[in-house]
Design a protein around this ligand. Structure first.
Ligand SMILES: [Zn+2]
Length: 257
């Protein structure tokens, strides 16, 4: 499922292939994928540099912005890599010169929206917290201080910080040695700082060196979800639980409750 590092890679992909190019035609086989408008408004528009907030991609143009959310299965495809269209291509931007940038999404979760200004962008995005990659430590700690309840639920709550999903949350908590069901208000000062530091470093390294959450041998993500997986740090068998409504892996030794 796309998380912040994936969507950041889509942002760069979009910028590489589509920025400064003009949309000649938009093909949307099923218009319901554009949730709030008609895709025709993008015809003839010049695409600007895209922006990412959390797991949202905001594709600015000299007209309306195209907002993309990738749900569980979405990604971007460029015709230079894949000449043939696919039946799961939901929004196809035909660019001047003949290339195509395609928003592909097998399951139709997520979708596309149009917004005519910053205010409309805010309305579509809803109450979104600061981006998890760019939030500063002081702001993170300040928000955490006002937060009650499970720490994994907080990380994954897009109104708390935007962009952290299930895999990133498990990795961050494992690296910070925090049990996923610890309550935010029970964390000491050092634990809070460590939580921020690990969230930042996991996202930064994933964005800079991979195009998804890193699966380094020394990281939880390398073994997470595999049968009989051992903690990469101490060798204890990992355990599975449900936290924040999601399947959660953790090390019962490193992340004592
Ligand atoms: Zn361990």
């Amino acid at each position: 499922m796309p998380e912040l590092p994936d969507v950041e890679s889509y942002r760069r992909f979009f910028a590489r292939h589509a920025t400064d190019r003009v949309v000649q035609r938009v093909v949307v086989p099923d218009e319901t994928i554009v949730r709030n408008a008609t895709s025709r408004a993008l015809r003839g528009r010049r695409l600007d540099a895209p922006e990412r907030i959390g797991k949202w991609l905001i594709c600015w143009t000299d007209g309306p912005a195209l907002l993309l959310h990738f749900g569980m299965t979405g990604h971007l495809v460029w015709s230079g890599d894949e000449p043939e269209r696919h039946r799961h291509d939901r929004v196809i931007l035909e660019l001047e010169g003949g290339d195509e940038l395609r928003y592909r999404n097998m399951r139709k979760l997520g979708g596309a929206w149009l917004a005519h200004d910053g205010h409309e962008v805010d309305l579509v995005l809803g109450p979104l917290g600061p981006d998890a990659l760019s939030i500063r430590r002081s702001e993170f700690l300040e928000r955490l201080g006002r937060r009650r309840g499970g720490v994994k639920a907080a990380l994954m709550d897009q109104t708390f910080v935007a962009g952290v999903g299930n895999l990133v949350a498990d990795e961050v908590l494992w690296q910070a040695r925090l049990h996923p069901k610890r309550r935010g208000e029970s964390l000491g000062e050092q634990e809070r700082t460590e939580l921020y530091r690990k969230m930042h470093s996991v996202l930064k390294e994933s964005v800079e060196r991979y195009d998804f959450i890193a699966r380094k041998r020394s990281w939880l993500s390398h073994v997470r979800g595999m049968p009989g997986a051992l903690c990469p740090r101490c060798g204890t068998p990992l355990e599975r639980t449900v936290a924040a409504g999601r399947t959660t892996y953790f090390c019962p030794a490193c992340q004592a409750g």
